[in-house]
Design a protein around this ligand. Structure first.
Ligand code: PHE
Length: 494
């Protein structure tokens, strides 16, 4: 099969921004800003981008471009046994994809609802009881909820037809999915900041509580946020890098990706804080009482805020959930492509579309538990463990492999020969020392916290089966997949 490439460097950059900018920017970033001292947290995010985010992003893109393979064989090109690290990364990517798709499915429901503001006045009841039909705990599964299931099918259709031909179809889609959100967010900012009371929210955003910078929790949150937001540690940026032309620039494009992603976070902050300020004023309560993060920010608080708008409610609703879907869909298909690339490496004679279909069907099955009445609990637990442990462990392994274990490491020269500015000791220092050190500390503190208080008070069995066991078993799964997909040439060589 002929090697496929991004048509040009900008398409690669857009695809990577599309992957990075997603729900992490829209609902995770603003909430963390609120929690951790407003603009002080924004500063921490900039630092975390520089210290760990950009160095690791550059590592992944460069390794992909240099090896021309997805994560397993990219690491395998350094040393055979490092392939397992690639499969482990993809396994965590797979888990993220299974539940991320369900969230896209909720988004589809809400996008349709936007045209008639179908959520009514009790937006909380609507989300939890009508859409999710949530059960009373992770032990009560109670079947699949129909609207979520239908949304999920549409979500899979969107993602599948965006990614089915690999880079060929993705290149066409990202031109829209990675650009339109900027336009919509700009429109929503204009609407949000001109609402009465917007300044009540914006002041929480823009004024830094400097003392928060001394809070270790702020730094933990900033490091994990940057990790999640840049889509690091799940093999995506390696796969996307492997599709770059041999001599295309690396360092410059990495900076563009980080900047684009940061811009989406900052813009989302204006939309969210402006809107929350208005909502607080209209209801005569402090902003603290209307704020929320994660799913309920988008699906409970925002619909309620939209109901309160003086005019054009449906238009704002369609724009908001339109941006939500666009942001989420290209993050989802990047995860898909990360996985599909690895299997294409292993089965180069199989048709791309066939591999895509199999990956989609398999992931769809993995999504079903999250579409049940206990789905939100499952999602919350799996997300917590994969994000706080899984990808962090992969990040540490990547840095140790490239920084310490790679004999005759030529990545730095490779990058410098292809970049319009030179990276050098700073990057090496980050990969060798800063990244492993910060991430190990992050991991250790997370583990201690975990033992102190079970996450969100969930029963221990649920945390064990949905969170801890998948992480612990990931090397075993990696071994199984590696054995099943090993090529014949490899077996003879060994
Ligand atoms: N970066 C995406 C976001 O911010 C989430 C994501 C993480 C996507 C990891 C793919 C892989 O929403």
């Amino acid at each position: 099969m002929p090697q496929q490439y991004w048509p040009n460097q900008w398409i690669f950059i857009l695809a990577a921004i599309g992957s990075a900018a997603g729900l992490g920017n829209l609902w995770r970033f603003p909430f963390l800003v609120y929690e951790y001292g407003g603009a002080a947290f924004v500063i921490a995010i900039v630092v975390a981008n520089i210290v760990i985010g950009i160095p690791l992003l550059l590592l992944e893109v460069a390794l992909g471009q240099m090896s021309r393979h997805g994560a397993p064989d990219a690491f395998g090109s350094i040393k055979k046994s490092f392939r397992y690290v690639g499969w482990i990364a993809l396994f965590f990517g797979f888990l993220i994809l299974t539940y991320y798709m369900v969230v896209v499915g909720w988004g589809i429901n809400y996008f349709v609802d936007s045209f008639s503001l179908a959520w009514g006045n009790d937006t909380s009841g609507y989300f939890f009881n009508e859409v999710l039909q949530i059960s009373d705990g992770p032990g009560t599964i109670g079947g699949v909820s129909l609207s979520v299931f239908l949304g999920l099918i549409v979500a899979y259709a969107l993602v599948y037809f965006s990614a089915w031909k690999g880079v060929q179809s993705i290149s066409k889609v990202v031109v829209w999915t990675a650009t339109i959100p900027f336009v919509i967010l700009a429109l929503l900012i204009v609407r949000a900041v001109t609402l009465p009371g917007a300044e009540l929210g914006l002041s929480l955003y823009l004024f830094p509580v400097w003392s928060e910078l001394l809070n270790p929790q702020l730094w933990l949150a900033a490091f994990s946020q940057v990790f999640f937001s840049l889509s690091i540690g799940v093999g995506i940026m390696i796969a996307y890098g492997s599709l770059k032309k041999e001599n295309s620039d690396i360092a410059g494009s990495t900076i563009w990706i980080a900047l684009g992603n940061f811009a989406v976070s900052i813009m989302s902050g204006f939309v969210v804080f402006g809107t929350l300020g208005y909502m607080a004023l209209s209801q005569g309560v402090p902003v603290q009482e209307v704020v929320s993060g994660g799913p309920s920010l988008a699906f409970v608080v925002f619909p309620a805020a939209i109901n309160l708008l003086p005019a054009l409610n449906e238009v704002v609703a369609v724009l908001f959930f339109g941006a939500f879907l666009l942001l989420a869909v290209d993050s989802a298909f990047s995860l898909f492509e990360g996985i599909a690339t690895a299997f294409r490496d292993r089965f180069p004679t199989q048709a791309i579309k066939k591999i895509s279909l199999l990956v989609a069907l398999f992931t769809f099955l993995g999504s079903l538990p999250f579409a049940t009445h206990a789905g939100l609990y499952f999602l919350d637990i799996v997300d917590h463990f994969v994000i706080n442990y899984g990808v962090v462990i992969v990040g540490i392994l990547q840095a140790i492999i490239v920084g310490w274990l790679w004999k005759g490491n030529s990545l730095l020269n490779y990058v410098n020969e292809r970049s319009n500015f030179k990276i050098g000791t700073a990057w090496q220092f980050a990969i060798k020392y800063a990244v492993p050190l910060f991430l190990v500390v992050l991991l250790a503190i997370n583990i201690v916290n975990e033992f102190r208080t079970p996450y969100e008070g969930y029963p221990v069995w649920a945390l064990l089966y949905l969170g801890i066991i998948p992480i612990v078993l990931s090397p075993l799964l990696a071994t199984i997949v590696e054995t099943l997909t090993k090529t014949e040439a490899d077996q003879i060589e060994e």
